[in-house]
Design a protein around this ligand. Sequence first.
Ligand code: DC
Length: 226
Amino acid sequence: MKYFNIAIDGPAGAGKSTIARKIAEKLGFIYVDTGAMYRAMALYFLRNHINADHQEEIEASCQNVNITIEYRNNEQCVILNGENVNGLIRTEEVGKMASATSIYRSVRLKLVQLQQELAKKSNVVMDGRDIGTYVLPDADLKIYLTASAKTRAMRRWLELKDKGVQADIEEIEKDIIERDHRDMTREFAPLKQAEDAIYLDSSDLTIEEVVDKIMEYYYDKVKVSN
Ligand code: DC
């Protein structure tokens, strides 16, 4: 059986995970957050004091990392060497480390295989940076979701404020631009829009408006293929 795969790619803070989760819920698909897998790898490197610039050490230690995914109450849990690390990977430190270490081929290949296996056995909404271009080049629907760096910084700032964390919005924007640059210019499977992806700028749209648009694209695709 061929499953329906939706790929959502885009830069940090574009709203991918919120949107992808909602689409998956509406369609009864599985949501696969690939960023969480890179974050779990990054957590391993941080815990073991492995420097992101030390390619050989990173590549060698990949053999000691086992990442799997489990679904508990419809929520994706990332299991790092037997431990559910969901509660530990959402920090700025881990995000930066994930961006810095996801440039390495051996890190990526380890996770890409797992992502492809998940898409082979279920209908999925998968979000990340290279899903439409590299992981699932034959995905049935591809979205490139973006927003201006200013908007993304503002969203992140509000998120932190809600959690009672004070942050400097200009600092956040600088970090976002830096992360975009690294994700877009790495040699292996960089972030870019797939030729057959639909470009969607969420800067002036609400979450519901973005979800509605993607649902329309989905129904158009299903209509065409039936
Ligand atoms: O989406 P996120 O912020 O959780 O991702 C963290 C980092 O992981 C991101 O800066 C780049 C990397 N990543 C990647 O290289 N490829 C993916 N498919 C997903 C994330």
